[in-house]
Design a protein around this ligand. Structure first.
Ligand code: GLV
Ligand code: MN
Ligand code: MN
Length: 417
């Protein structure tokens, strides 16, 4: 414990500044869908990064970037080093037509906590760090959570830099194009604890009228790209029994996945993208390429869903006379967060008179990567109507403020203030 921590006033978050920054960042990359689209390492994301880096500097933080583009704002502790840090983070890249809070709330709340320390003149006993990780969403580059995955040593940097987007642009090229490849080796700053504050992105807190979600872990994720090769033919002359219809086969997979979800209980399955070739009203599709997102909090059930999908693809290929190829894009096991930190979140919410409930995150988060190397926990605040990955994503200012209050108090508690 530093004497600075004792003699300074208690850090206090300025909600108005936090909410103003969330609003400003939300206006970067506005799109025609009524939301914002800041895909990882795009020009609009670069604009967001510059804004956040500037705010880090304005708060008196040391700003560093690593070679996968993860952005860090550092407040050195009394010990002066970078070891044993407490990190707060999330991401500022978005999905297509995104809402204002997913990821940005966590990064800007981390920044708000560090700013509160600076403004109070409080020197933490060890470093406090705010992080914005690269490509959390995984829309442009797969896997998702790429920056945090590389930071914790889950994928070699070279392999990550070679990943391509749909247009063939690599992560390395995209980083260079926006000038965001930093000088630090990924993992140069591995913390002792990691905290992430996030909107729930699901319906439970809102439905149960709870203010704070105490996140016990994150469910497992399995992403696939499936290619079905059939035979193009005339839509008006080809009898049904003579067709090798890639479009029909893909629809069967989609229906099968819904049935699988319903019968398996906790498993969720989504076909989120699909493309047909040649893509004409009067031509039987020769090719269908689509993605599958499978999730389950139980690793064994996720594996079971993968096996059932593989068996169904085999059966469909035989029945329709098509060729089916599947590529595994992402596989992350379910993650359980640190028991003591989770309890600290729960007790902190209670001490502030905020109702809470425990839950497992349905969405993926950088926290699930950081949990590989340090004590980790997450805090959720309600998402109105459970809506996220949509311009309609909404959380009240009151709930946003309550979440950051809990975050600050957990930080103070962990640091022994
Ligand atoms: C990230 O937002 C994911 O869960 O897909
Ligand atoms: Mn997110
Ligand atoms: Mn997201």
């Amino acid at each position: 414990m530093s004497s600075g921590g004792k003699s300074a006033s208690r850090p206090v978050v300025r909600d108005d500044v936090l909410l103003g920054q969330i609003e400003s960042l939300a206006s970067v990359g506005l799109d025609s869908g009524g939301g914002r689209t800041r895909l990882a390492l795009s020009e609009s994301e670069k604009e967001g990064r510059d804004l956040v880096a500037q705010w880090m500097e304005d708060a008196g933080l040391e700003v560093r970037t690593d070679r996968i583009g993860n952005l860090f704002g550092i407040l050195r502790g009394a010990d002066g080093g970078l070891g044993n840090a407490l990190m707060i983070g999330s991401h500022i890249d978005t999905v297509i037509h995104a809402g204002p809070y997913d990821g940005c709330y966590g990064v800007l709340s981390g920044l708000a906590v560090l700013r509160a320390f600076r403004e109070a003149g409080a020197v933490p006993p060890r470093p406090l760090v705010v992080a914005a990780f690269t490509n959390e969403e995984g829309v442009r580059f797969q896997p998702d959570m790429l920056g945090s995955l590389v930071a914790v040593g889950g994928m070699p940097l070279g392999e990550a830099l070679d990943i391509t987007d749909e247009k063939g642009c690599t992560v390395g090229e995209a980083l260079a194009a926006i000038g965001c490849s930093g000088g630090e080796d990924p993992g140069f700053l591995l913390p002792a604890e990691y905290l992430e504050l996030h909107v729930e992105q699901g319906p439970r807190l809102d439905a149960e009228k709870k203010r704070i979600g105490v996140v016990e872990g994150v469910q497992g994720i399995s992403w696939w790209r499936i290619t079905i090769e059939g035979k193009a033919n005339h839509a008006g002359t080809t009898p049904t029994n003579l067709r090798h219809d890639a479009g029909y086969a893909s629809a069967q997979v989609s229906v099968f996945l819904r049935e699988l979800s319903l019968s398996a209980g906790t498993t969720l399955a989504t076909v989120g993208t699909i493309d047909f070739e040649p893509g004409a009203v009067n031509v039987i599709p020769s090719k269908a390429v689509f993605t599958v997102d499978l999730r389950d909090p139980d690793g064994a059930k996720l594996t079971e869903a993968e096996k059932r999908l593989a068996a169904f693809l085999e059966k469909t290929a035989l029945e329709e006379g098509v060729r089916i190829l599947s590529e595994h894009l992402v596989r992350f096991e379910p993650v359980v967060f640190d028991r003591e930190l989770v309890q600290a979140v729960e007790e902190t919410a209670a001490s502030k008179g905020l109702s809470s409930m425990r839950l497992v995150s349905g969405a993926g988060h950088d926290a699930q990567m950081m949990a590989r190397v340090c004590r980790t926990a997450m805090i959720f605040v309600p998402s109105a109507g459970g809506i996220s990955h949509s311009p309609e994503e909404h959380t009240s200012g009151e709930d946003l403020a309550a979440g950051v209050e809990v975050l600050l108090d957990v930080v103070l508690r962990v640091l022994g203030f």
